[in-house]
Design a protein around this ligand. Structure first.
Ligand SMILES: [Zn+2]
Length: 460
């Protein structure tokens, strides 16, 4: 195939399931030796260039030269949290004294979506943005996307880091990019039919919404040019297999996703096997911590993902709390040696709920909902605290095709399945179709109505 883009790629890499076989299949001992060199260099860099880190290290009574092993790094380098960065940024906008580079070196500014309160300002150097983009390419390549593909971004270009970095990734891959910009859903559909892109980039729920609106217009997008859909921004096909099925059916495409953290990296591209994501260990060092005792938890157990980014030269992040609960595995049948997070993110520490002694994880409930016939993708989980106990109530919109006389039985079916799988009884109620809010970016699934002092929220 005569393609100028392909001339840079060897025949081996064109057919390979790996974007970079060397890095993706590196033996653990080698990876850890590399991590040690990198965290040591980063510790020196942060201490010397960021007033924030110098203060943290001095307060903890440690020097960068004290870090002689990865265990030293995990135990001695102070844990950092989003709330610290936000409060310093508010004192002295835009970045406080967390920044480690002169402002001239900041090539791009983004912000978190602010779903948990005040948004975090995120500066990227050019180097940071290139590394960040490459994380996406690992995921694109693993799914089968190639430089001959054309990306369509169903995304209004605000300050959300997620899809800006996907754009950096598409550029790195060498593919063509089409922006849907500020079009409405109908406009996106028309643009896709006219321009014939092969890859859709959007949040997973927005992909379903586009398909639903198309169906109302009498258009079947499973017959469109789209061959792949790729997602980020909220729990998607990895955590929710039922959602993967819906997206793949609606678009006649293969669905992939990655777990990104705006201020860190597109840090964990989806495993091609579909049941987890792999931490990009070229860009991120990570380990799991018990959020209560702050001690490391072993592979296989659920803990909070603590990350250190190698591509955050502008605003370094060392032992940074993600508040994401994950289960880590050290091997995978796909051949990648990078740590695997099974089912991506299982829940959030700030929305951790214990109902009658049972820990209830958000994605576990969502997963069951996507499998119940008659429950649409529009639902929310309402957290309350009654008589000393956390409670979770599920409010869902039935599919429009379900007769109102059957709503109660759909709710009862969902409640029974949740009870069977999670051994906990939750209130499940149907609400009027189209009564819950719609989102283009992150869908707000959790409504936390617990008293403020009981929430483990980030903006605490
Ligand atoms: Zn894998």
């Amino acid at each position: 195939m005569p393609s100028s883009t392909f001339t840079a790629l060897s025949p081996e890499s064109q057919g390979s399931p790996f974007w970079n076989r060397l890095t993706e299949t590196m033996p653990r001992a080698k990876l850890d030796a590399l991590h040690l060199q990198r965290v040591q260099a980063l510790t020196h860099y942060a201490y010397e260039h960021s007033a924030f880190y110098r203060r943290k290290f001095d307060d903890a009574g440690i020097k960068p030269s004290d870090i002689r092993s990865l265990d030293d790094f995990k135990r001695k380098v102070p844990i950092t949290d989003k709330s610290e960065f936000i409060s310093l940024q508010q004192q002295r906008p835009p970045y406080g004294d967390t920044i480690a580079l002169p402002l001239d070196f900041v090539a791009h500014h983004c912000e978190t979506s602010g779903t948990t309160g005040v948004p975090l300002a995120i500066p990227y150097s050019m180097y940071d943005s290139v590394r960040y983009g490459e994380s996406w390419v690992y995921g694109f390549w693993g799914l089968g996307i190639r430089p001959t593909d054309t990306f369509y971004f169903a995304f209004g270009w605000g300050n959300f880091a997620g899809f800006w970095s996907a754009y950096w990734g598409a550029r790195r891959l060498g593919a063509r990019v089409i922006s849907g910009g500020g079009l409405d859903t109908k406009g996106h559909i028309e643009a896709i039919l006219r321009m014939k892109p092969t890859v859709l980039i959007s949040t997973p729920t927005f992909a379903l919404r586009i398909a639903a609106v198309a169906a109302e217009m009498g258009i079947d997008l499973s017959k469109s040019s789209i061959k792949f859909t790729y997602h980020a921004g909220e729990p998607g096909p990895t955590a929710l297999p039922g959602m993967r099925e819906q997206i793949e059916k609606a678009w006649g495409a293969k669905a992939g996703e990655l777990l990104g953290i705006a201020e860190v990296d597109a840090m964990a591209p989806g495993c091609p096997l579909g049941d987890g994501v792999h931490v990009n260990e070229m860009n991120v060092f990570s380990w799991s911590m018990d959020p209560e005792s702050m001690q490391e938890v072993p592979d296989g157990e659920i803990g909070e993902n603590i990350v250190t980014g190698y591509g955050n030269t502008a605003q370094p992040l060392l032992n940074y709390r993600t508040h994401d609960l994950v289960r880590r595995r050290s091997s995978c049948a796909c051949g990648r040696t990078w740590s695997k997070l099974e089912g991506a993110v299982l829940g959030r520490t700030d929305f951790m709920v214990t109902v009658r002694g049972t820990n209830v994880y958000q994605t576990a409930v969502e997963n069951i909902l996507t499998e119940v016939e008659g429950v649409s993708m529009h639902y929310e989980l309402v957290l309350t605290h009654e008589e000393g106990n956390d409670c979770m109530r599920v409010r869902f919109e039935p599919e429009p095709t379900v007769d109102p006389s059957r709503w109660k039985s759909v709710a009862a079916d969902a409640q029974a399945r949740i009870h069977k799988a999670l051994h906990v009884r939750l209130d499940v109620v149907a609400v009027e179709p189209r009564s819950l809010p719609r989102f283009e970016l992150k869908t707000k699934r959790i409504i936390d109505q617990r008293p403020k002092e009981l929430r483990r929220a980030l903006d605490r």
